[in-house]
Ligand binder design. Structure first.
Ligand code: TXA
Ligand code: MG
Length: 333
């Protein structure tokens, strides 16, 4: 298979390109497209065979359900059986945007989408290309991140191609994703809102709308989101998290042992990525800006032929929780 790449304007995508991509989706094909978080790998969510192809292409375990994307909040009724008040309140505040809401599913949603479970995860993305594509295809789109399972998520078209070139029908290239980290996932099917995955929207922001939020991974004996495998979001190169104070020593030690080492710190003054040729990357000290550049930095270092990537442990605080979460998983062996 040859993967067709169509470049589109991020704010005002060419309608002809969108129509072409939508036609691929309607006949059961796979299209990678940009969202405000990361690039997604889309298929018609109501076509079980098309969704199955996503799992095959990604090497994704069948036990890990995928998110269904709608163009407008009003379209949730196509896949959701119920829409609890708290789900509606969160959608009202954060959609379109980087929040995924899990509720009970309609029978029309194929089992492959939900890994056989009774719930479906729904997101209304903010990216104009994503919304135009979902609208033109006329169906809600199942879309995990457009990378091979366990690997780094893509924030640029080049990242998608490095993992999936020749395995998917079409890629809409609209440049870099502005958010850079995956959506926050919450379970709204029960009494209380439960956080299943940290993401661009932090717990304090959620709690302002719905009151106390439980964090699934911190509750003993309660299953986490099925996709929250320990190793995930990982570069191929070994990645180690180290305290900032130890970073320089560890760098010297590894270099002394003959290793080619790269590093990521969170002290940038904003002049990266002009210095992208360097294998020592300084990301901004502001969490939103760091999130936007993190995966790109890791993709670059992963492609630089290194033996080891050292990453500074990010600062404490809820606004760094998603970055800490992804880096901890990236470092898991
Ligand atoms: O930002 C994002 O969410 C991106 C873009 C493309 O929208 N998508 C994404 O999808 O990150 P993926 O498949 O890489 O991650 C989906 C997460 C997984 O952790 C999965 O377990 C969880 O959502 N999930 C999906 N359906 C679920 C369900 N019914 N119940 C609980 N968790 C669910
Ligand atoms: Mg993913």
């Amino acid at each position: 298979m040859i993967t067709e790449v169509l470049s589109v304007d991020a704010a005002q995508p060419d309608p002809a390109a969108i129509r072409r991509a939508a036609a691929v989706l309607r006949r059961g094909g796979l299209v990678a497209f940009p969202t405000e978080t990361v690039y997604g790998l889309g298929a018609n969510s109501l076509d079980a065979a098309a969704v199955l192809a996503i799992f095959a292409v990604k090497g994704r375990p069948a036990t890990n359900p995928v998110i269904v994307h709608v163009a407008d909040p009003g379209d949730v009724s196509r896949v959701a059986a119920t829409w609890p008040d708290k789900a509606a309140a969160l959608a009202n505040r954060f959609w379109p945007g980087p929040l995924t809401i899990v509720v009970s599913k309609r029978a029309e949603v194929p089992d492959v989408v939900t890994a056989g479970g009774p719930t479906v995860a729904i997101r209304c993305p903010a990216h104009p290309v994503a919304r135009a594509l979902i609208r033109a295809s006329g169906v809600p789109l199942a879309a995990p991140s457009a990378n091979r399972s366990t690997e780094l998520s893509p924030t640029r078209a080049e990242h998608v191609l490095s993992g999936l070139d020749g395995r998917i029908d079409l890629l809409l290239d609209a440049g870099a994703c502005s958010g850079g980290l995956e959506s926050t996932v919450v379970d709204a099917a029960g009494e209380r809102i439960r956080l299943l995955r940290h993401g661009l929207i932090g717990i304090p922001q959620l709690e302002r709308i719905v009151g106390p939020v439980e964090v699934a991974s911190e509750m003993p004996g309660i299953a986490r989101s099925p996709g929250q495998m320990e190793k995930h979001y990982s570069p191929r190169t070994e990645l180690r998290l180290v305290e900032g104070a130890a970073l320089v020593d560890d760098l010297l030690e590894a270099a002394h042992a003959g290793k080619r080492v790269g590093s990521v710190m969170f002290h940038g003054e904003g002049f990266w990525p002009e210095r992208a040729a360097s294998q020592h990357i300084s990301l901004p000290a502001e969490p939103g800006q760091a999130a936007a550049l993190l995966y790109d930095a890791l993709h670059r270092l992963d492609g630089a032929g290194l033996d080891l990537i050292l990453v500074e442990v990010p600062p404490e605080g809820p606004e760094w929780a998603a970055i800490r979460d992804r880096l901890t998983r990236a470092a898991a062996r």
